[in-house]
Design a protein around this ligand. Structure first.
Ligand SMILES: O=C(O)[C@]1(O)C=C(c2cccc(Sc3ccccc3)c2)[C@@H](O)[C@H](O)C1
Length: 149
């Protein structure tokens, strides 16, 4: 069972930490990646960390993950609420998928309350700030270890 995990980030997350800190905090996506790499080392995971504003690139990374990864952690951002295409791609991935949202989407606008991705995700983390990323890694490590035992 591969200990490689893909961490995928959707549109506008490249601007994280620069606006709306009251919703998304002050950490930049580079800060989040660094924290993920630190925790991944503790968990004996390798990670590939990506962000794109282009739906097709996220789909292509999911297809890549099918061949090499043991799990996917994904913050689809706005694609959460719109993308059947990303859901369809995730449905071709056989390993565990954890959906991450920095904010508690259920306390926000009604259009953020529905997620296409949640119909595939094995778990959803929302409202834990950027700590959700490392919590997702810990869950994926547990699931990968359980499958290997
Ligand atoms: O809470 C999240 O992580 C979420 O996935 C992230 C989103 C999001 C939306 C716009 C921008 C950003 S990142 C950002 C934040 C502040 C300033 C600039 C960019 C994330 C939303 O589209 C989702 O509904 C919720």
């Amino acid at each position: 069972m591969s200990r490689l995990v893909y961490v995928l980030n959707g549109p506008n997350l490249n601007l994280l930490g620069k606006r709306q800190p009251h919703i998304y905090g002050h950490e930049t996506l580079a800060d989040v990646e660094a924290e993920c790499r630190k925790v991944a080392e503790e968990l004996r995971l390798d990670i590939r960390f990506h962000q794109s504003n282009r739906e097709y690139e996220i789909i292509d990374w999911v297809h890549e993950a099918r061949e090499v990864a043991g799990g996917i952690a994904i913050n689809p951002a706005a694609f959460t609420h719109t993308s059947v295409a990303i859901l369809d791609a995730l449905n071709t991935f056989e390993g565990p998928v954890i959906e991450i949202h920095i904010s508690n989407v259920h306390k926000r606008e009604a259009f953020r309350h529905h997620s296409f991705v949640s119909t595939r995700a094995d778990g959803v983390i929302a409202g834990f700030g950027t700590q959700g990323y490392t919590l997702a890694l810990r869950r994926l490590a547990r699931l990968i270890d359980e499958k290997a035992s």
